[in-house]
Ligand binder design. Structure first.
Ligand code: ZN
Length: 222
């Protein structure tokens, strides 16, 4: 009866991932400061009951994961309104301007998402995507503790964000881009589960640099 959760871009970290440990690998900056040239603007639209503190901590974790890949994330403030969002009418936006929609149950239902999927990303065969979805209440159901909510939320956001930045078919056997996880596995995420390959990190940096200040790329209309 073990359900397998698909993270079209999902994931989680273990308790120690976030801990206020200043020497945590997740908080360590890359040795090469020139890697920080790639910058991504990111917004999270939170329509769930997940609190601001946990979300802020999750954002910090995601930032650390991407900083290790040489991509600096700027979290843009959003005006949050409790209204359903129709993915088919999502606005066009520069690909360097990425949005994460943190859906509640009703929104997940309206999206008709498979119940075992905790996150997905709208990607194009032509280039990076700009919008991803995280089914927040499903994350809360999998988690048994508040720390797990934060860690699983971090993983799923980081996984889906990678889908937006990497070419289609980027799942790997292990690490951040592993696609399927059981609930128990998600509850015991470790730092290794957030790892990206060198090739993935390089692709991300190049794509963010290439598209960051470039023209608009329509993603959801493909
Ligand atoms: Zn995935």
């Amino acid at each position: 009866m073990r359900a397998a959760f698909t993270v079209l871009a999902v994931l989680t970290l273990s308790h120690s991932l976030y801990a206020a440990d200043p020497v945590s690998p997740l908080s360590a900056a890359p040795a090469d400061s020139t890697l920080h040239e790639a910058t991504l603007r990111l917004r999270i639209y939170n329509y769930t009951s997940i609190g601001g503190r946990h979300l802020s901590e999750a954002q910090r974790l995601v930032s650390d994961v991407y900083l290790k890949a040489g991509v600096r994330i700027i979290w843009e403030p959003v005006l949050n309104r409790p209204v359903p969002v129709d993915p088919s009418t999502a606005p066009r936006m520069p690909v360097a301007d990425v949005s994460i929609m943190l859906f509640n149950n009703e929104m997940s239902r309206r999206m008709d998402a498979d119940p075992n999927i905790v996150g997905s990303a709208a990607v194009s065969m032509r280039g990076p995507g700009s919008i991803a979805y995280v089914h927040g209440e499903r994350v809360k159901r999998v988690a048994k503790t508040q720390e797990q909510v934060r860690d699983i939320l971090s993983f799923v956001i980081a996984h889906e964000l990678s889908h937006l930045l990497l070419p289609p078919g980027c799942h790997t056997e292990a690490g951040l881009m592993r696609g399927e996880w059981s609930a128990p596995e998600l509850r015991r995420l470790s730092i290794a589960d957030f790892a990206l390959t060198e090739a993935q990190r390089g692709t991300m940096r190049e794509r963010v640099r290439s598209y960051g200040a470039g023209p608009l790329h329509t993603l959801l209309s493909d």
